[in-house]
Design a protein. Sequence first.
Length: 174
Amino acid sequence: MHRVPVVRPGSCFRAAVVALWLVLLIPLPGFSSAQGDEAPPFMLPALESGQAISLADFQGKVIYLDFWASWCGPCRQSLPLYEQMKSEFPAEAFEIVAINLDESRDDAVRFLEDHPVSYTILMDPAGKSASQWQIQAMPTSFLLDSDGRIIRSWAGFNSSHLDEIENEIRTTLQ
């Protein structure tokens, strides 16, 4: 006599959620987001134009790379402060690139209507870049040198760290 496994209500959903988390949290082979490592590559559409933009497009510049989403409370504070920070550094040597992880482009657009920025916003609704970069908190930011190496990362956002971030950028630009 064969025993038929008992499937309890909700157990398939829980299993799917656990499987999804495992996929998202397991780093992709060959990529790391640790200090000193080469930054994992990406090719994502720009929010406004839809044009595909890669990390290599910013080669030769120091990059402040920020992962954010419209549902992220601290992002309401960080994005406008990064906008102010951008003006303190030479455009030919420094760039802020923000990767939005919202599933809906409209959510990002509505957020930016209230918190406008002039720096590059890329869209990653599937979260593939977040998985590559091993993002575990929102927002998470990385400082990359002009050779594409990770200098430092910050998980979460606290406005009291802004001076520290700016000092790291200045040091990296030298």
